[in-house]
Design a protein around this ligand. Structure first.
Ligand SMILES: Nc1ncnc2c1ncn2[C@@H]1O[C@H](COP(=O)(O)OP(=O)(O)OP(=O)(O)O)[C@@H](O)[C@H]1O
Ligand SMILES: [Mg+2]
Length: 470
């Protein structure tokens, strides 16, 4: 029995000493009974300066009232996620997120423990981000406040009847002020779509601010969205959040389903009341912001997995748009191919007229998991390496070549029986696989292929794109 208790104590102590959070525990007399290295680092003290001593003595700037540990012992109530800002003995500004808990043994408080996460660096990054956002929205664009919007609906290209219908509906609804929810796999054009709505709305002169909810930890996301009030206790500075910065415009919340559930509740309140309250403030600020949210997970799945609050979903569900994946609008594949070729012809000063039939067949068969983005980037690559009038199979990015065709198989173009083309393909594949096997050694590859080295070199030069890929 005693042994198990000892073991538990040792295990616990080992854990507490090695975790990334600062841990500080005091007993009811206010003396420190546990203090780990991380806490000592935050405070700029040594463990010996604190352990076993009264808290007030080790931290002369604290009082019975201002110390959260001593307060928790008195009130017996936990304090969760409280920001603390202080300058330690070495003059470093430390910002921590603390949770302070009373420790009960048989219903009696025997002390309190504080767990502190240092988030000074994270905070710094988040603040830079806000400054950047603010900078962007202040940039003058065509004599009006910059909205950093790159696209309008005219950039959203499609010939697919269903997609055309969605686009037309969005153009109509753009004028309303209701929130929007856009769902679509990665690369289906959600951002382009939302920017199009902003540009077609009455708010097009106002700011467009985008925030990816997945990129920021929960506590910071809240202050980024809603701002912070100057708090004597938390030390936070007075700062506008994105809602205030986006006033009169659109706030695009990308990957909404990654937003923590409690924050979703606060977002819902903002949507319903049209006001925000800065973190640490007690008064509401009216805002006039249209929220556009995007998700790459299906809303019903996100609801089921409890990643999305149903009340928020119903609030956003007024205008929901589901963008089809590219493989479900095959008519767009060749249309967009043509569109991007023209675009890159312009950018790269080339005169490519289209794609070879075999590439066309492959494009139509390929499932395009990265959707339009993947198609666009594949074409950008092909346009750069292509030397003929049309983009050929050999111009394909290696990933697409490998993914789409089993490398060992001879792929005969279904439409074209041209001997020259099919042999060229086979030759290229054999050379490619010989070079792969020999790690790019041309001598060894020539042996494998049973051709003179010079012949192989000549062929490699001919299919020069192979060289850049090996
Ligand atoms: N219909 C389209 N017409 C022209 N370009 C498009 C179209 N759809 C997407 N694109 C282009 O594809 C790229 C990806 O689009 P976008 O960033 O809007 O996708 P997304 O759905 O937001 O993707 P993610 O979920 O990965 O953020 C962009 O370069 C965009 O210009
Ligand atoms: Mg996006």
């Amino acid at each position: 029995m005693v042994q198990i208790a000892d073991m538990t104590k040792e295990v616990l102590s080992a854990i507490l000493k090695s975790i990334d959070e600062g841990i500080h525990a005091v007993n009811t007399e206010g003396k420190t009974i546990f203090y780990n290295k991380v806490a000592a680092k935050h405070d700029g003290l040594t463990i010996d300066e604190v352990l076993g001593r009264p808290l007030i003595e080790a931290f002369p700037s604290l009082t019975e009232n201002s110390s959260t540990l001593l307060r928790v012992i008195r009130t017996q109530k936990p304090i969760y996620n409280q920001t603390q800002v202080y300058v330690n003995k070495h003059g470093n500004r430390i910002e921590t997120m603390n949770t302070t808990l009373p420790i009960f043994v048989r219903n009696k408080v025997i002390g309190a423990v504080e767990i502190a996460k240092d988030y000074s660096r994270m905070k710094l990054l988040a603040e830079r981000l806000l400054e950047l956002q603010k900078g962007f929205s202040n940039i003058e664009k065509n004599g009006r406040p910059g909205t950093n919007v790159k696209y309008t609906f005219s950039d959203l290209m499609t010939v697919n009847p269903e997609f055309i219908r969605i686009k037309e509906e969005a153009m109509k609804l753009a004028k309303a002020d209701s929130p929007i929810l856009v769902y679509g796999e990665s690369g289906t054009g959600k951002e382009l779509f939302v920017q199009g709505i902003h540009e077609a709305s009455r708010r097009s002169d106002g700011p467009f601010i985008a925030q990816n909810c997945a990129a920021i930890p929960e506590t910071l996301l809240e202050s980024i969205l809603f701002g912070t009030a100057k708090g004597s206790y938390t030390g936070a500075i007075e700062r506008k959040g994105l809602f205030e910065l986006a006033d009169g415009g659109t706030l695009f919340l990308d990957e909404l389903h990654t937003m923590p559930i409690e924050l979703q509740a606060k977002l819902l309140r903002v949507l319903e009341e049209g006001t925000v309250r800065r973190v640490g403030s007690s008064h509401n600020i009216s805002i006039n912001v249209r929220v556009a949210a995007a998700m790459n997970e299906h809303p019903s799945q996100a609801l089921q997995e409890k990643k999305l609050r149903s009340d928020l979903y119903y609030r956003l569900n007024v205008f929901t748009f589901s963008l089809l994946p590219l493989r479900e609008r095959k008519d767009d594949i060749l249309f967009l191919t043509d569109y991007f070729i023209k675009m890159y012809n312009n950018d790269l000063r080339k005169a490519v007229s289209g794609i070879e039939r075999e590439v066309e067949i492959l494009f139509l068969q390929y499932p395009w998991p990265g959707n339009v983005r993947e198609l666009k980037h594949s074409l950008e690559y092909m346009m750069n390496v292509c030397e003929e009038e049309k983009l050929a199979f050999s111009d394909l990015p290696i990933m697409l070549k490998n993914k789409s065709l089993p490398s060992e198989e001879l792929q005969i173009s279904a439409e074209s029986l041209s001997l020259r083309k099919n042999i060229r393909n086979l030759e290229e594949k054999l050379i490619e696989s010989a070079l792969e096997k020999t790690g790019g050694n041309i001598n060894q590859a020539a042996k494998l292929l049973e051709v003179p080295r010079q012949t192989l070199q000549y062929k490699i030069n001919k299919y020069s794109d192979l060289l850049s890929e090996n």
